[in-house]
Design a protein around this ligand. Structure first.
Ligand SMILES: [Cu+2]
Length: 120
């Protein structure tokens, strides 16, 4: 009986931990590609990113905070945003890739703050 209770408590704690890691977060950064990586964190790279992705490279997010290159688990979610400065919402998978749920356009000038650009 006691064992069973402990097992249930154990399972409960594991599921809580899993829920905690699947928490939705958001990151600001540039959509680049897996070949160009952090070098593609600017608006000038848009055409190159499209070309690289058409050639079979994967789209990635380069974060503003630390220029980290993050793989995207569902590339379709960022399609059309190559070379765009965006805020991406989603969850981090256990393999370190990002499951994107939402993409919001940010100022295409980069840096922090700034008004939303009407350039698209
Ligand atoms: Cu490229």
């Amino acid at each position: 009986m006691t064992k069973r209770v402990l097992l249930i408590i154990g399972l409960y704690m594991i599921s809580m931990t899993l829920l905690a890691t699947a928490k939705e977060m958001s990151w600001n950064g540039w959509i680049s590609d897996s070949k160009c990586g952090a070098k593609g964190a600017n608006a000038e790279h848009a055409a190159c990113a499209k070309k690289c992705i058409d050639a079979g490279e994967k789209p990635v997010l380069v974060t503003d905070k630390d220029m980290k290159v993050v793989n995207i688990a569902n590339p379709d979610a960022v399609k059309g945003h190559e070379g765009h400065h965006v805020q991406v919402s989603g969850t981090m998978n256990s393999d370190g890739s990002l499951q994107v749920t939402k993409v919001t356009m940010l100022s295409q000038k980069g840096g922090t703050g700034g008004a939303m650009s009407d350039m698209h």
